[in-house]
Every structure is written in C-alpha cells, then in structure tokens.
Design a protein around this ligand. Structure first.
Ligand code: IMP
Length: 194
C-alpha cells in the first residue's frame, strides 16, 4: 500500500481531498497523524509558494510523499484580492464569516462582480516536485446563500449556475470546483506515479 500525507489540519479540506483522492492502493494520511509536525506559516506571496512550502516541510519531516494545496479567491474589480491572503482578509484571526463580511462590504458599490477561485496543488516526493492548477470562474453575490461548504462558498456563484457553492452538496461542488479540477490533474498524475 502506497502512502501519502496531506499537508493540512483543516478537517473540511481533509474530508474534501480524501473524497477526491480515492485511488485504489493509496492510503491518504494527513498532518494530524504525525504529532511531530509543526504549523507551517503560509507567508509566501504566491499560492504556488505556499503549497510547495507546506508539501516540502511535511515530506521532509515524515519521509513520505506529501500533497498540499493553497487556494485564493481572486476578485477582478479588486485587482485579484484577496488572492493569496484569502484566509486572513479581515485580519490574522479572521473567521470565514468575518472575511465574507469584509468582501461584501468592500464590494457594495461594485457592479462588476467577476471572480475566480484558483487552487494550486503541490506534490513532493523524495526527488521531485510537481504543481497542478485548477480555476473556477464565477460571480460574487450580494448576499449569502446556502449553508454547505466553508469559506467564501455562500457568496460565490460559479459560472453556469444560479446556486452558490454553499447551496451545492460536496459531490456537485467537487465536480466543478477549483480544488476539484486541480485534484483531477493530480489524481491522473498519481495513478501513473504509484
Ligand atoms: P486554503 O489555502 O485552502 O486554506 O484557502 C485559503 C482561504 O480561501 C480559506 O480560508 C477560505 O476562506 C478560502 N477558500 C479556499 N477554498 C475555498 C472553497 O472551496 N470555498 C470557499 N472558500 C475557500
């Protein structure tokens, strides 16, 4: 049985990634299975930099291949913000709800509401590193809709849909989401790599 370690402690994310990574003969561990792993500061200025930083650290400490992702919500009218700072848009200790509130209030007067979620997945083994990207374009709604998912899901309506991500179940969201698309590329790669 091959093993890889997801470089994440976020239960929402581990759950989502485990569903996407259901490959036969692959056991998917996570940061929470290794008490020796410390928190990695996500201080790179790009999604690629943060994803690689997390995967490299976990691979180095555990001696196992590691997969990490970093995601940003890039709003066109805000020149790509909050982007790599999406998790702490409303401040270092901001909750999902604080970030959503800040984005809605920044955009009250804005009619151009196009945005995209962009995920970069990094996979690092003993010798090499690989990057996979997934993008999902859509619109920032004026109000929160739905109770599923996490983060900015209640205010992101993907192109071609009327519902927000928070009004979709995990399966539907994964089939069109930034992370789903990046992970599909990673899964195709991993099937060969195993
Ligand atoms: P992370 O890099 O995946 O931790 O994402 C950074 C931030 O982006 C999170 O704290 C969330 O606020 C937001 N985010 C990431 N992925 C999603 C998603 O699928 N839906 C909504 N928000 C997300």
């Amino acid at each position: 049985m091959n093993e890889i370690v997801l470089a994440s402690r976020n239960p929402n994310k581990i759950h989502e990634l485990r569903e996407l990574l259901s490959i036969p003969d692959l056991r998917v561990l996570s940061t929470t299975d290794f008490s020796e792993l410390e928190e990695v500061e996500e201080d790179a200025v790009t999604l690629e930099g943060n994803a690689l930083k997390k995967a490299k650290y976990v691979a180095m400490v555990t001696g196992l291949p590691s997969l990490a992702d970093d995601t940003g919500l890039e709003v066109v009218a805000l020149n790509g913000a909050p982007g790599v700072y999406s998790a702490r848009y409303a401040g270092e200790q901001a909750s999902y709800d604080d970030n959503v509130e800040k984005l809605l209030s920044e955009m009250t007067q804005m009619n151009v509401r196009n945005a995209q979620f962009r995920t970069v997945v990094a996979f690092v083994d003993a010798d090499k590193q690989w990057l996979f990207e997934g993008v999902c374009t859509g619109q920032i709604s004026r109000y929160r809709k739905g109770a599923e998912g996490f983060g900015y899901d209640p205010i992101f309506v993907p192109d071609g849909f009327e519902q927000s991500f928070a009004e979709m179940d995990a399966k539907q969201k994964n089939s069109i989401s930034h992370r789903g698309l990046a992970m599909k590329k990673a899964v195709i790669f991993l099937q060969d790599w195993l």
